[in-house]
Design a protein around this ligand. Structure first.
Ligand SMILES: NC(=O)c1ncn([C@@H]2O[C@H](COP(=O)(O)O)[C@@H](O)[C@H]2O)c1NC=O
Length: 505
């Protein structure tokens, strides 16, 4: 049903972008009611406006905590226009109908980001604005609610197209958006109150839409990304990131954040297939690629140093989807931007989320991020690790943590030379890792092996030893730990037990 807007209440925190709407309402003869700062803004535009104080016959009190909270305001918003009793009461108490409500709430989220001062934050919990939104949204059959400056464009369109009249469908659309705004606002407030609680009573997360993906994991699945990519990255080149790109970029930035030495990594389907630390970035790249040249095709690349021209030249020769780096030298950028089908991301900040979650069954599982790489460093083998072995073992252990379970990583001179992941048995993961190393002509003589979880039997250590691997790192915890440890002792192998498992399902 079409409804003509004859009256409006405007109370907004940010006044920008409101000019056209106010002027259009003024031209259409709409009676505008408004609060302090907004009233001044409207009058400065040369448009007539009634102060809410004049409507309520009450001043704004308690430093603005109570301005619009009054039956003369809420009655006019909530009255059902087809209900004779409601209309009688409006007449009895001299309450004018309000057909349009425009609100832009106090910026609670921005305030939390800019200060830790509790009182300043609490003052930015909007009360009147949220009440206006809820009231107008509830009475959407008669009232238009515009609950955020993000919707000014839509309102302007409606005012122009409908000459100030709205359809029921349009009012329903604005109401739905309005309740989304309120819900998001309340989640932000509740999250702030609960910021120090370890376990909350509700799983609450409200993240604005970032982009609708072309599709989900596969073309027949829909996909949407909620989040703010521009906060983390500057996209210097290439098309929009796909659903799978986003998943891989997440895996890549988590992995690369673990390394402080100059390191390059290649990620495929969230698993690292090549990674190396070297004195220079181009050496790190060459070594990472050499780890598995075949898998690197179409991969996601990540490094922790500014990309120089020499490295760019070398990377340019292979087909890759995405390159993530903390910076690009201008000459490197020129080289890499020459080809169209690739994405270049400049990472501006690290990932900050302290926890992770996924939907399972009819709920959500939440856990801490897997921080750290070992609890203890227990030398349980034939002898302690040398400095070089220690470096490789630590490297292998971190890599293993970023592989899907069951995972085995084989490392030599801080270069991944073989990996097995996502296997249903640990021994299969090892077999696969060895096969990969052989495929690319790596000798495993003197290599280090990491396992994401304990060895249930001594079979893996035996196989590793037979290949020349002489240092092992694993969490321990099997009832048969002694079998693997004794084998290492008897065969001159280093065996580190960390006490920290790194399953990744
Ligand atoms: N207390 C109230 O009755 C009340 N009514 C509206 N507001 C808010 O006051 C702001 C606008 O204030 P002003 O027009 O004075 O600049 C808006 O963000 C609006 O959401 C209120 N403030 C907070 O709760």
């Amino acid at each position: 049903m079409q409804k003509q807007i004859k009256s409006a209440l405007i109370s907004v925190f940010y006044k920008d972008n409101l000019e056209n709407i106010v002027k259009a309402l003024g031209q259409q003869g709409v009676t505008i009611y408004s609060t302090g700062g907004t009233q001044k803004f409207i009058e400065d535009l040369g448009v007539k406006c009634v102060a809410v104080e004049d409507l309520t016959a009450y001043p704004s009190i308690l430093g603005g905590r109570v301005k619009t909270l009054h039956p003369k305001v809420f009655g006019g918003i909530l009255a059902r226009r087809e209900n004779p009793q409601d209309l009688e009461q409006l007449a009895q108490y001299e309450i004018p109908e309000i057909d349009l409500v425009i609100v832009d709430l106090y910026p609670f989220e921005e305030t939390v980001k800019s200060t830790t001062e509790e009182q300043a934050i609490i003052e930015k919990i909007d009360i009147g604005g949220v009440s206006l939104i809820r009231a107008a949204g509830k009475n959407y059959k008669d009232v238009v609610i515009v609950a955020s400056k993000d919707q000014y464009g839509s309102l302007e369109q409606v005012l122009v197209d409908g000459k100030g009249a709205t359809t029921l469908e349009q009012r329903r659309f604005f109401a739905a958006k309005a309740f989304e705004v309120c819900a998001h606002y309340d989640v932000a407030i509740a999250s702030w109150w609960m910021r120090n609680e370890e376990v909350k009573d509700y799983f609450q997360l409200s993240v604005p839409q970032g982009q609708v993906c072309r599709y989900g994991e596969n073309p027949h699945q829909k996909g949407v990304f909620y989040g703010n990519l521009t906060e983390m990255f500057d996209k210097l080149h290439g098309k929009e990131l796909s659903y799978n790109n986003l998943v891989d970029v997440d895996a890549a930035v988590q992995l690369i954040a673990e390394f402080s030495e100059t390191t390059f990594a290649v990620i495929k389907h969230t698993n690292v297939c090549g990674i190396a630390s070297r004195a220079t970035l181009s050496e790190a790249w060459e070594a990472a690629l050499a780890g598995d040249k075949e898998s690197a095709f179409g991969g996601v690349l990540a490094c922790n140093k500014v990309v120089d021209a020499a490295t760019a030249q070398s990377i340019n020769e292979i087909f890759f989807e995405i390159l993530i780096a903390p910076g690009f030298e201008p000459a490197a950028l020129e080289i890499l931007q020459a080809k169209k089908n690739r994405i270049l991301l400049l990472q501006k900040q690290p990932l900050k989320s302290p926890s992770m979650f996924k939907n399972v069954l009819n709920g959500v599982l939440v856990q801490d991020n897997d921080e750290g790489s070992f609890k203890e460093w227990n030398d349980t083998g034939a002898q302690p690790a040398t400095a070089a072995q220690r470096a490789d073992l630590e490297f292998a252990n971190i890599v293993c943590k970023h592989l899907k379970s069951n995972a085995i990583a084989l490392v030599k001179d801080r270069q991944l030379v073989g990996k097995g992941c996502g296997q249903t048995s640990r021994i299969d993961a090892l077999r696969h890792a060895i096969e990969k190393a052989k495929q690319f002509n790596f000798s495993l003589e003197g290599a280090a092996m990491a396992s994401d979880a304990f060895f249930p039997f001594d079979d893996c250590v035996r196989i590793a030893h037979a290949e020349g691997i002489n240092a092992v790192i694993q969490p321990g915890g099997s009832i048969r730990d002694a079998d693997s440890i004794n084998f290492a002792k008897e065969n001159g192998m280093v065996m580190i037990v960390t006490g920290m498992r790194h399953f990744r399902h």
